[in-house]
Ligand binder design. Structure first.
Ligand code: CUA
Length: 302
């Protein structure tokens, strides 16, 4: 190659290198600029492990708000099809909040609307995100990663309130579980507020649950469905339902008894109340979701 030709190529090469460097610097500048001025935070992975290990941690067995110092709070949240637990989180304005999020089943996307809080929630990983809410208000949390048929119902709330109000509202003693409240925050997103269900996917509960409770073994079957989930298609009044019922082991015995009382009375039926002892007796049986399907066949017949 002659010298002139070589110089020509070298000149072009320098221009390309300078051009690429300029582009890189521009991108870095915008990232740095948004971090500095827009208060953008990069979510960090705080822990990794099996979902079981992570969910066994206290912050996730009892998710919610914890004070960690003067004006500092940790908030732990678990995503699962199709709810955020807890559904509503109340934090003080102008406080330093650290969110810890993980998922129980599949990947979800936790996005606090009208804020820059947006993080992927992954089973087996804890995402950490720090923020300070400078304006009081009720912020809606949605799921922005498709996670199944009830994805669009996966809604939560963050209520940012004056610190004085928060202190006044913190309950000193937790009373007995409120079945309607447990239902609203855990069951309604699939089975509907009135338990009507969704044809072909989520079975109706109003009336149907009361019918089941009246059958031999029906009450323990209902308890097992909550504790262990239910997998496999079922048929009710000629309609087949194929949705997967997740297990709700995180609900206390008291909460399960209360929510079942609510469910079996959705249609105005009346019957003996579910007791904590009944639920206690079923917990620890270690059933699989497919075992619960077998139980169902024994109760209602094939
Ligand atoms: Cu959870 Cu989409």
């Amino acid at each position: 190659m002659d010298e002139k030709h070589h110089d020509q190529i070298a000149k072009w090469e320098r221009r390309w290198i300078a051009g690429s460097a300029l582009m890189t610097l521009t991108f870095v500048f915008f990232i740095a600029y948004s971090l500095a001025t827009e208060g953008a935070h990069i979510a960090q992975s705080a822990a990794r492990g099996t979902p079981e290990q992570l969910l066994a941690q206290t912050i996730f067995t009892d998710p919610g708000v914890r004070a960690t110092g003067p004006n500092q709070y940790d908030v732990s949240i678990v995503g699962q099809a199709f709810v955020w637990q807890p559904e509503t989180v109340r934090v003080p304005v102008d406080a330093e909040i650290t969110f810890y999020l993980t998922a129980r089943d599949v990947i979800h996307g936790w996005q606090v609307e009208n804020t820059n809080l947006n993080v992927e929630v992954i089973p087996g990983e804890v995402s950490r995100l720090q923020t300070t809410f400078s304006r009081p208000g009720r912020y809606r949390v949605s799921c922005n990663e498709y996670c199944g048929i009830g994805h669009q119902n996966m809604i939560g709330w963050i209520e940012v309130v004056p610190a004085s109000q928060l202190v006044a509202e913190v309950p000193v003693e937790t009373g007995p579980a409120d079945g309607a409240a447990v239902y609203a925050s855990n069951c309604a997103s699939c089975h509907g507020a009135n338990g009507a269900g969704v044809a072909g996917v989520f079975p109706p509960l109003a009336g149907h649950a009361a019918d089941l409770a009246a059958l031999d073994g029906g009450r323990t079957y209902l308890i097992d469905t909550l504790l262990y989930g239910l997998q496999g298609a079922i048929v009710i009044d000629g309609t087949s339902y194929s949705g997967v019922m997740p297990a709700w082991p995180q609900l206390s015995d008291d909460a399960i008894a209360a929510v079942l009382d609510h469910i079996v009375t959705l249609d105005g039926s009346d019957g003996p109340e579910f007791t904590v002892e009944e639920v206690e007796a079923e917990r620890g049986k270690g059933l699989a979701a497919s075992d619960v399907l077998t139980l169902r066949q024994q109760v209602v017949g094939p």
